[in-house]
Each structure stands twice: as structure tokens, then as C-alpha cells.
Design a protein around this ligand. Structure first.
Ligand code: PBG
Length: 327
């Protein structure tokens, strides 16, 4: 059964997905929260964004709420690497305990920030590099899907309002959907990173989330920017597997795909203005070549013009100050 009601379940998701124009209600603020971290550090290239412990994150969310931000994309970071959703679940529980239905907490669901190898998947061999020194990893898809589905369930049980798988593994949306449904979480929406390109523009993020691959790169599972059909098919596939919202990333390299994907899937399609895009504006401004705030606003306006239903951006918390209306 298609469950269209997931996208209408709360006032926050209704505002995220309804209507035209630009408002803070259509912006999603990423937050990086690390288990047990005592002092916050500002993220290089992402001015105004911090890697925080839970206490600092609660204060940050409170101040973001005062700026009308209601949607957050949580990147839970463990104190020590290891394949387990536990630290993420604790962070989610602490945030939801404090804010309840005042926020919609999307949780980036991936293995790369918890994996010692920094990849979004698990491998058949313990050390894929031993394979003749070849960097072509040997992905264990079955084990990867199982791990992702268990992360998603643990996050939902801890109070996540939405699951956002960012790994690009074949079959992960279906695996997550079925694990959620079997455990009475069929009301939890999945926002799939459905068309995600292998990109140079994730640099500041990988520092922030400490998630650079220890070997090789992500081209085995992320899409080649030259392949339009592959890019569109990846989103259609996520729609077929049961995604409720689709998301294209980096936003800038996906502008032309918004409208065809929306037409083909009839699902809400958003963009992620990724770390490198945000940092690029900052660098321009630092060199005196642009006004940061005006440039940021301009990019959001273009995303909306191109048909993005929502925008994940490191500047969501600045939007109200830039004159973007709350609703
Ligand atoms: C994890 C993930 C990444 C981003 C979001 N989730 C990094 C990657 O795939 O390498 C990038 C976000 C950004 O650059 O702002 N899979």
C-alpha cells in the first residue's frame, strides 16, 4: 500500500512540503552532534556550524527554534568508531526528550561516520586493501543492508521523526522500510538521498563528520555526474522502494534533474546544498568578491525556482535574519 499520509502527518512536515515561495519552513538545518564531546568546535568552511556535544546541541536547537527553524538533519557522531547505532540513538533520545514535537528530527543514516574504514558499506574481507592492493572494494551488500535497517530502527525507536539514508547502496530504502514497518514504525517517513553524486563538494563535511574513506573513493556507489539516466533512475528506484521524499545532492550539480525526477516520481524532491557549496560562498565573501548573505539567499531562490520542495542548508538558522519569512 502507498502510504501518502506520512507526508501529511505533522504541521512541520506539511509546511515543509506545501506551497510555493521561500520560507524558513522549507529549510532543513544540519547539526553535528558527538557523544560525550565537551567543547564545541566550529567546522572549517562552515561558519556558524559546530561539532557539538549533546548539551551544546540542545542550546543550539533552542536558539534555532527562535529563528523559526523546525527541521533538523542530525549527523550523530560516535566517540569511538564501531558499527553500532547506540550512540546515535542516545543523542536522538536526548534531543527529542527536550524538544518533542516542536522539531522534526531527520537523522542521516549511514555507516561511514561510525565505520573505521570510513565507507558507507561493509565489506566481505576485513581488509579490502589486501586484495592485491586493489582499491576496488568488495561490498557485502547483504550485511550492509542489515546494518542500515537496524540503524534506522534504533533511530526510530529513540524518537527520530524521519530516516534519511545517505549511503547509495542498492536496496537500502526497501530494507529500511520493511524493518520499520515490521516494528510498528510505519508512520516514520524516509527522506532518501536518492540521487547522490560522487563529488568534490563534500570536503568540509568529511572533515566535520570524520568520514573520509580510509582507502579508495565512493565512486563504486555514488553516481557519476556525467550520467543523466543513471542519476534519474537512482531516484526512481528509491521511489519504487518506498521513499517518501527524494533528495538530490549536491544541489548545485543537480539543478537540471529536479523537474524530471519530480515529474517521473510525483514525490516531493529537495536538494542538499552541501558543505563545499556553502564553503565556496564563504570563501568568495572572504576575498571580497561577494556578499555572503545575499549570495546565500540567491542560491536558495534558484533552488526554489528550479522546483526544490525543500532545501537542506548550513545557513537555515540565518534565514529569518536574511528576511526569509518563517512560513
Ligand atoms: C554520508 C554523507 C555525506 C554527506 C551527507 N551524508 C558525505 C559523503 O557522502 O561523502 C555530505 C554532506 C555535505 O557535504 O554537506 N554518507
Amino acid at each position: 500500500m502507498k502510504r501518502l499520509m506520512r507526508n501529511r502527518a505533522t504541521p512541520i512536515i506539511r509546511e515543509l512540503l506545501a506551497g510555493d515561495g521561500l520560507s524558513v519552513a522549507k529549510l532543513v538545518q544540519p547539526i553535528f552532534v558527538e557523544e560525550g564531546l565537551q567543547t564545541s568546535t566550529e567546522l572549517a568552511g562552515l561558519r556558524g556550524n559546530f561539532r557539538m556535544g549533546v548539551e551544546a546541541a540542545l542550546k543550539q536547537i533552542e536558539s534555532d527554534l527562535a529563528q523559526s527553524v523546525r527541521n533538523f538533519m542530525l549527523f550523530p557522531l560516535p566517540a569511538a568508531k564501531g558499527i553500532s547505532p547506540d550512540s546515535g540513538a542516545q543523542i536522538i533520545a536526548a534531543i527529542k526528550k527536550r524538544f518533542g514535537a516542536d522539531i522534526h528530527l531527520w537523522v542521516d543514516t549511514c555507516l561511514c561516520s561510525t565505520s573505521p574504514l570510513g565507507h558507507c558499506c561493509l565489506f566481505h574481507e576485513k581488509n579490502p586493501l589486501s586484495n592485491n592492493g586493489a582499491v576496488t572494494p568488495n561490498i557485502d551488500l547483504e550485511a550492509t543492508l542489515e546494518a542500515l535497517a537496524s540503524y534506522a530502527l534504533a533511530f526510530a525507536q529513540a524518537g527520530a521523526d524521519g530516516i534519511a539514508p545517505s549511503d547509495m547502496m542498492d536496496g537500502r530504502v526497501a530494507a529500511i522500510r520493511s524493518n520499520l514497518d515490521q516494528n510498528a514504525f510505519n508512520h516514520i517517513p524516509i527522506m532518501s538521498y536518492s540521487t547522490k553524486f560522487a563529488s568534490q563538494f563534500y570536503g568540509p563535511f568529511r572533515d566535520a563528520a570524520d568520514s573520509s574513506p580510509a582507502f579508495g573513493d565512493r565512486k563504486q556507489y555514488q553516481i557519476d555526474v556525467r550520467n543523466r539516466d543513471d542519476a534519474i533512475n537512482a531516484s526512481i528506484r528509491c521511489a519504487d522502494e518506498g521513499a517518501d521524499l527524494l533528495m538530490l545532492k549536491p544541489g548545485m550539480t543537480s539543478i537540471d534533474l529536479l523537474s524530471p525526477i519530480r515529474k517521473k516520481t510525483q514525490l516531493p524532491v529537495g536538494v542538499y546544498q552541501v558543505s563545499g557549496e556553502y564553503a565556496a560562498l564563504d570563501l568568495l565573501a572572504r576575498e571580497g568578491f561577494a556578499d555572503f548573505n545575499k549570495a546565500l539567499l540567491e542560491t536558495w531562490q534558484v533552488y526554489r525556482r528550479a522546483g526544490a520542495q525543500f532545501i537542506i542548508t548550513y545557513g537555515a538558522r540565518k534565514a529569518l535574519d536574511l528576511g526569509v519569512p518563517a512560513l
